[in-house]
Write a new protein. Structure first.
Length: 147
């Protein structure tokens, strides 16, 4: 039953993202994950490049987002999903998580920085109230627009 809800939410977000791609919402559309890095205590704790393969797609619609994917590390597959609402003001970005593979994130609001340059989108999180990243503990996600 829960999978049906996620499936319907994904379809809704994809359909609603097909509108015009004006300057007001440059994030709107579908993006393919190209790179992921998590830094913990000044050390790379996890990185998607090289030994991890698979795909993850994130779609923004103007107020909703969804991310789905399947990654493979060695011979183990790891499914991924998240969905919710978001707010973007300049480069200050907030996601409120409604669905997540890791239940501890459900109901949380995560503050991030979001930068878009051409067909590349970069999310860096978490950030503090002043929009500053702790360079010894953060996550960076890099996406390219799906055409």
């Amino acid at each position: 039953m829960k999978i049906n809800h996620i499936f319907y939410l994904m379809i809704f977000l994809i359909i609603s993202s097909c509108g015009s791609k004006g300057v007001k919402h440059p994030e709107v559309g579908a993006w393919q994950l190209q790179y992921f890095k998590r830094i913990a205590s000044d050390t790379v704790a996890f990185e998607i490049i090289g030994y991890v393969t698979g795909t993850d797609v994130k779609v923004w619609s103007g107020k909703n987002f969804i991310s789905v994917g399947r990654l493979k590390e060695d011979s183990v597959f790891k499914d991924n999903y998240a969905a919710g609402t978001y707010k973007l003001n300049d480069n200050q970005y907030e996601e409120t998580i409604l669905y997540h593979i890791n239940k501890k994130y459900v109901g949380k609001t995560i503050k991030m920085l979001l930068a878009i340059k051409g067909d590349t989108l970069i999310q860096t999180w978490p950030v503090n109230q002043n929009g500053q990243v702790d360079k010894s503990n953060y996550t960076l996600e890099k996406y390219t627009r799906i055409k």
